[in-house]
Design a protein around this ligand. Sequence first.
Ligand SMILES: *Cc1c(COP(=O)(O)O)cnc(C)c1O
Length: 234
Amino acid sequence: MSASGDRRAELAAGLADTERRIVDACASAGRSRDEITLVVVTKTYPASDVDILAELGVVDVGENRHPEAGDKAHDVEASLRWHFLGGLQTNKAGAVARYADLVHSVDRVKLVNSLSRGAEAAGRTLTCLVQVDFDATDPGRAGVVPDAIGPVADAIADAPGLVLGGLMTVAPLGDDPRPHFDHLVRLSGELRRDHPGATIVSAGMSGDLEAAVAAGATHLRVGRSVLGERASTR
Ligand SMILES: *Cc1c(COP(=O)(O)O)cnc(C)c1O
């Protein structure tokens, strides 16, 4: 088999394994598979992998760095939804707004304003999630503390070119993820009292997607379980 045929077989197997995990988790939780969007996180992997994933039926892909994300979005011909998941400097927000469809990592009003200007300039609509951080022990982590969701969410909802999609979190390393995911789902319920359209709950990665499905996540961001271990640690 050719090298690209080998890679296609690997990705098909990774996708099938991941899909089986999601279906099993839905069955255990009494949820329907249609409630869940799988975002395949392709960071560090080449655009050729994204091409193969698109052929295999993947619609949503995630990236965490600019310009790597923009280069891939440019190189891949298939029409996909591009999810931006990473820390974002305000001076790069305009560029990201040109190719991203969803930004999961919005954690300050200044970034909201930059994304809004970028979306307007590009004539695009960008769905934004507020990233929530539950790790009080590490102030360097991305995300807002639960009490600070309101102002960022309101700013997104009021910003031209932006739509408030909901909430996102990354479970603190080493913790049992389940209480954090349950907490995020409770916060989502509170957010929807003011913003009924903000239904997205983005939680769960390769290591903890079952816990996220059980808690009520709508979007899973899965990299390694589909593509294999990354060479770098991010
Ligand atoms: C890399 C990354 C993921 C995917 O992680 P895996 O362990 O490869 O599934 C999910 N979310 C964010 C924010 C990431 O940076």
